[in-house]
Design a protein around this ligand. Structure first.
Ligand code: NAD
Length: 433
């Protein structure tokens, strides 16, 4: 790779374990950028550019509440990098949404799309609002007004939002409808994660869990573990956790523990995962069906082969990393392992397969959805699953190559794959003017 100015990207040097544990999403995303850059021979100016978002849009979103009063919310769309294609990333409705959080999460999307070799860049957006305090009609008005405010900066070739926390396929259908009305033509490719009846893809909902399961299977193969002799604990039994657990159960692995916000079900002989309702099927019902209930903290330190955190961020910390017994951690949730925990796990030889690879099935099937939309063609569920498997295998082998050649941890290997693709595209395109 061409390099004009080689330097050590050490802006995070001096960070202590304490400061790393408490850093923001944006600080973490930047530190990971410098860390990966230090393994690569890339132009320092590219790293300098990637440290910043390309653009951040801040908009005011007024809506009429059901009682006739007007309330005003703030919405954001942070577009981080588009060197490899249109921006891509979720929209979240959550009270804690901030500009900086959107920028940090947008950077993660850039790495995630690049590690999967998708022709997309990264973005994230949202509205600082508690969606639980909105009626369905208010949420629809909020979404349509947000689409109005963003209409010039999103689009199938510009920036393609998707669901995230607090938004769902219905939200995406409203966004697509509002955008299509503004443009005067039906434009399904402006968002992904829509219901299939309006251009959504089959298999999109289960895709992040499916990719977690595929990566778990590839990890077992790589480390010569027999699936029938492998035990698994899964934290979180929602879209990601339940889909992953059920597939692994189908593939003959023994799922011994699953959990939700109320606690965990533990069955050393194996759980019949199909018989336990997921979060979507019956919210927070796991412990209702359990003979033995343990805590979520106990689940994380169970003596299993594979641990899959698939609920929240920052659950594996410097406090509990020393007590984790699993040989492999497959990150289903986004950011479940803190950086301090990462170092402890690396010293203890516990392999952590990072979120940007493991749960990337979601954005990968979003890419398939976008392809179907712009080509006005619908793929079968079987085709979606087969293509997803092929994409996950290709990404896994690219990461495996860096893992072996550079003798780094799996997270670094994934970031190295992502950053080298992005940097190469930047260096090849150059800086205009
Ligand atoms: P979900 O809402 O469908 O399910 C979340 C599950 O986690 C529920 O079972 C809930 O009870 C449980 N949970 C909540 N708080 C908990 C706690 N304190 N302890 C233990 N369990 C708790 O969510 P999801 O879509 O499955 O997302 C889970 C994670 O995966 C999030 O980090 C999300 O960002 C990430 N993710 C989701 C997708 C996606 O498309 N769904 C894609 C990539 C990453």
């Amino acid at each position: 790779m061409a390099s004009q100015t080689n330097t050590t990207h050490n802006e995070s040097d001096g960070a202590t374990t304490e400061s790393i544990e408490s850093e923001s999403t944006l600080e973490t995303a930047r530190r990971q950028l410098y860390h990966a850059a230090n393994h690569l021979d890339i132009d320092a100016s590219v790293v300098k550019r990637l440290k910043h978002p390309k653009k951040v849009h801040e908009v005011t979103v007024p809506i009429k509440r059901d009682d006739g009063t007007v309330e005003v919310f703030t919405g954001y769309r942070a577009q981080h990098d588009s060197v490899r294609g249109p921006f891509k990333g979720g929209l979240r409705y959550h009270p804690d949404v901030t500009r900086d959080e959107c920028v940090g999460l947008g950077m993660w999307m850039t790495w995630k799309c690049a590690v999967m070799d998708l022709p997309f860049g990264g973005a994230k957006g949202g509205i600082a609002v508690n969606p639980k305090e909105l009626s369905p009609a208010e949420k629809e008005r909020l979404t349509r007004r947000f689409a109005q405010e963003l209409q010039d900066v999103i689009g199938p070739n510009q920036d393609i939002p998707a669901p995230d926390m607090g938004t769902d396929p219905e939200t995406m259908a409203w966004l697509m409808d509002a955008y299509s009305m503004q443009k005067g033509e039906t434009t399904p490719g402006v968002v992904t994660g829509k219901p299939p009846v309006v251009g959504g893809s089959k298999g999109r909902e289960e895709a992040p869990g499916r990719s977690v399961a595929i990566i778990t299977q590839l990890v077992c193969e790589y480390y010569n573990r027999q699936l029938e002799e492998t035990t698994v604990a899964v934290q979180g039994y929602g879209s990601v956790g339940a889909n992953a657990a059920r597939l692994l159960d189908d593939w003959d692995m023994t799922v011994v523990a699953i959990s939700d916000v109320n606690g965990a079900m533990y069955e050393p002989e194996g759980i019949d995962t199909a018989s336990i309702p997921s979060h979507n099927e019956e919210p927070e019902a796991v412990t209702k069906y359990a003979d033995t209930v343990i805590s979520n903290d106990e689940l994380l330190t169970l003596d299993v082969d594979v641990l899959i955190p698939a609920a929240l961020g920052n659950v594996i910390t410097k406090e509990n990393a020393g007590s984790i017994v699993a040989d492999f951690i497959i990150e289903g949730a986004n950011g479940p392992t803190t950086s301090a925990a990462d170092s402890i796990l690396a010293q203890r030889d516990i392999a952590v397969i990072p979120d940007i690879l493991a749960n990337a099935g979601g954005v990968t099937v979003s890419y398939f959805e976008w392809l179907q939309d712009i080509n006005r063609r619908s793929w079968s569920h079987e085709r979606v699953n087969n293509e997803l498997e092929a994409e996950m295998q290709a990404a896994w082998y690219a990461v495996q190559t860096e893992f072996e050649n550079r003798d780094v941890i799996w997270r670094d290997a994934a970031y190295i794959v992502a950053l080298s693709r992005i940097a190469e595209a930047h260096e090849t395109r150059g800086l205009w003017p």
